[in-house]
Design a protein around this ligand. Structure first.
Ligand SMILES: [Fe+2]
Length: 195
């Protein structure tokens, strides 16, 4: 089983008038993340299509379920994100834009690995793995849309020195699927049967 699968979405996912000037500033963090309304980023066709996949593109927001919201990441230029596991979901559907080259990587931590607590830009704590205590198991430079695993150690590198790496992340935290269940659920929309 892989850690990512490209999806066949038969319409344009990202609006062409996304207004990046209104995005929040997170000066203290090199990798910013926030939740936002999906219609500010996604085309109406894409929002409808995502619903036909059996998800409501919803995230936890202000301690409640917020339908029709997405998580947005802005990775800084020529920067790597710490290796971490997400909480709350084993999977998400990501779509990346803005950066000419970036990668998502998955890691196997050594048996004796010690975790360090770090803070992310939304103020929540996450556990960070050091790369020298992990072995790389898979990576992809795909832009998506793709189903990706997020409950095992992973990170992202933006190799572009001039551009941010934007990532739209569609999550349905109500699904409670394991990674295996998510793969089974989204299989009909996988791009290639080479997997
Ligand atoms: Fe993550």
């Amino acid at each position: 089983m892989h850690n990512f699968y490209e999806l066949d979405v038969p319409c344009r996912l990202l609006r062409d008038d996304v207004d990046i000037s209104t995005y929040p500033e997170f000066k203290d963090y090199h990798w910013a993340v926030w939740n936002d309304r999906s219609d500010r980023y996604m085309t109406a066709e894409a929002i409808e299509f995502i619903k036909t996949m059996g998800i409501q593109d919803q995230v936890w927001f202000n301690n409640g379920m917020q339908p029709n919201h997405v998580t947005v990441f802005r990775g800084n230029k020529d920067t790597f994100m710490d290796i971490h596991c997400d909480r709350g979901s084993s999977w998400c559907i990501n779509y990346i834009w803005g950066s000419s080259r970036s990668e998502m990587l998955w890691w196997q931590p050594n048996d004796d690995v010690e975790l360090t607590a770090e803070m992310c830009s939304v103020g929540s704590e996450y556990m960070k793995y050091d790369a020298d205590q992990c072995t790389l198991i898979e990576k992809t430079a795909c832009q998506g849309p793709m189903l990706v695993r997020i409950d095992t150690p992973h990170n992202v590198i933006n190799h572009d020195a001039d551009n941010y790496r934007w990532c739209l992340s569609i999550r349905d935290l109500s699904s409670k699927w394991t990674w295996e269940e998510a793969v089974e659920h989204f299989k009909p929309w996988f791009k290639s049967d080479a997997y």
